[in-house]
Design a protein around this ligand. Structure first.
Ligand code: XMP
Length: 516
């Protein structure tokens, strides 16, 4: 981990006891302008202390503390003097380790639960005495450890929030990090600022200054290349590295012909015309179409696109002569995912610029420590256009995995038009930023319609719009009926060959966000 401890910002360490929770907590801490890092639950006290943390947060997790193989943190952490906030499993573990008792609850609590605050001195400062919180647990603390007092309870959890003020140890049974606990950010902030004494000084201005400095030192007189995809991550990475080393950065933009309407033009406008960064534009549309001819299997499409991309990229890079560094827009969630968990392979994800390890270039990944919202802020501050800053995530294989069945030039054109209409309507309704992703999918299914007095027989466009925190889980977006209606009527009117528009109301799981 590359954090330089003891710099201009304060750090809080989040110990990860289970999927999803830790990242959300770390993001909430960053939103409070305090730097956070996630470490595995069994990080040693020495590893934790390397970050000179002002506080430690123990995340929730799926285990029970009284099970034999329950994940535990370094026991010495509790005597280290560092303030600690345990959340759900984290609180149960703290109680268990310090001489209290935890056991199965008589009644499990899931979802919205009434919380009664008994002691509003620190975690609950500024909040009502009766609150609605979000619970998700089957164990509870049944006896407090020595030195602890109760801050809040619910009907089924006598110890829903606890504290040992002298040792600055705190625990909450509910989840302050989820949006369903609307005042949860206050609890997190109270912990950070009142208990830990953090300063709110983690800002993207200071991040940019530090990174520019660091990149200059690392690259020296060397040269770098960056694969631009049109997305915010690679665009912001390119703009940042360009600020550091100027024209010793060359961007390569492989146009695989699978991008949305207007995207290639915008990339060229932004980088070549506005930032004046040396940009190699490669029109490889025909090559990719040829590789995709006749292919309908989603994994095969992904494989071919990934392979072809590397080939084109390497050809172009080799034309540039001596290059030492490859810039990539890797984000913190990718770093954590690959470092801590082995997930079942649902699809082969391909990131533009992600793969050419055979090129033996040293990587520059300025955003390895950042979350997506932080990268957007970096992008904004670097002066990238706002459509690019707020662009929805877009898969590396592009529209190819949103065309079910064979990808052809004609079908790409149909999908591009339908997709553009959807995005236009969402933009004019002010809903684009409300959803995580919204896009059109083209199905190889014909249905009957009627236009004028004539029978039509055309294909189907699916509209997909989801809300999500991180793309790992998602819910279908409750778009207003008028917006859906406008989208359907415009698509059937303006896109030749489409007779029907349907709305996908499946969440993830069981579906995935993309159709392939
Ligand atoms: P799924 O469809 O797996 O998508 O629910 C989760 C998120 O990942 C995006 N996605 C990709 N991103 N390369 C990418 O860079 C890919 O191959 C890829 N496939 C899916 C998807 O758009 C969603 O945001």
């Amino acid at each position: 981990m590359e954090t330089d401890p003891g710099t201009s910002y304060d750090t809080v360490v989040v110990l990860d006891f289970g999927a999803q929770y830790a990242q959300l907590i770390a993001r909430r801490v960053r939103e409070s302008r305090v730097h956070s890092v996630i470490l595995p639950f069994d990080a040693s006290l020495e590893e934790i202390q390397r970050y000179r943390p002002k506080g430690v947060i123990l995340s929730g997790g799926p285990a029970s503390v009284y099970e034999a193989n329950a994940p535990r943190c370094d026991r010495r952490l509790f005597d280290s003097g560092i303030p600690i906030l345990g959340i759900c499993y984290g609180m149960q573990l703290m109680a268990h380790e310090l001489g209290g008792r935890t056991g199965p609850a008589e009644r499990r609590e899931y979802g919205r639960t009434r919380l009664i605050v008994e002691d509003p001195l620190d975690l609950f400062v500024g909040l009502e005495r009766r609150l609605i919180c979000w619970m998700s647990h089957s164990d509870v603390v049944t006896a407090l450890p020595p030195g602890f007092l109760t801050l809040a309870h619910t009907d089924n959890s006598p110890f829903a929030a606890i504290a040992d003020r002298n040792r600055r140890l705190y625990g909450v049974q509910f989840h302050p990090e989820v949006t369903h606990t609307p005042w949860g950010m206050e609890v997190i902030r109270n912990f950070l600022f009142r208990v830990c004494g953090c300063r709110p000084s983690w800002t993207m201005e200071s991040f940019i200054d530090r990174e520019v400095q660091r990149i200059r030192e690392v690259v020296g007189e060397g040269r770098a290349i960056c694969a631009l995809s049109g997305g915010v991550d690679s665009s912001a990475a390119a703009a940042l590295v360009h600020r550091a080393i100027g024209d010793r950065l060359t961007c390569i933009f492989v146009d695989h012909g699978l991008l949305r309407k207007g995207e290639p033009e915008q990339v060229i406008r932004t980088f070549r015309d506005h930032f004046q960064i040396p940009l190699v534009y490669v029109n490889a549309r025909d090559r990719f179409l040829a590789r995709l001819k006749g292919i309908i299997d989603p994994e095969e499409k992904r494989r071919r696109i990934g392979e072809e991309f590397i080939q084109v990229f390497e050809e172009e890079a080799s034309r540039l002569g001596e290059v030492d560094f490859l810039v990539q827009g890797t984000l913190y969630p990718d770093v954590i995912e690959s470092g801590t968990r082995v997930a079942a392979r649902i699809k082969t994800h391909h990131n533009v610029g992600g793969l050419p390890s055979t090129m033996h270039l040293q990587l520059i990944e300025p955003f390895r420590e950042l979350f997506k919202d932080e990268v957007r802020e970096v992008a904004r501050q670097l002066g990238l256009p706002s459509e690019l800053v707020w662009r929805h995530p877009f898969p590396g294989p592009g529209l190819a995995i949103r065309i079910v069945g064979e990808v052809t030039a004609e079908r790409l054109e149909i999908l591009r038009e339908a997709d553009a209409i959807l995005l236009e309507e969402l933009t004019s309704a002010g809903l684009l930023r409300e959803v995580w992703q919204a896009f059109a999918v083209l199905l190889p299914v014909r249905t009957v319609g009627v236009m004028g007095d004539a029978r039509t027989y055309g294909e189907v466009i699916v509209v997909r719009a989801v809300t999500s925190e991180d793309g790992m889980t998602a819910d279908w977006a409750r778009l207003p009926e008028e917006v859906l209606e406008a989208v359907a009527s415009r698509i059937t009117r303006e896109v030749p060959g489409i007779t029907r528009v349907v709305y996908d109301i499946t969440s993830k799981p069981p579906a995935t966000i993309e159709w392939e």
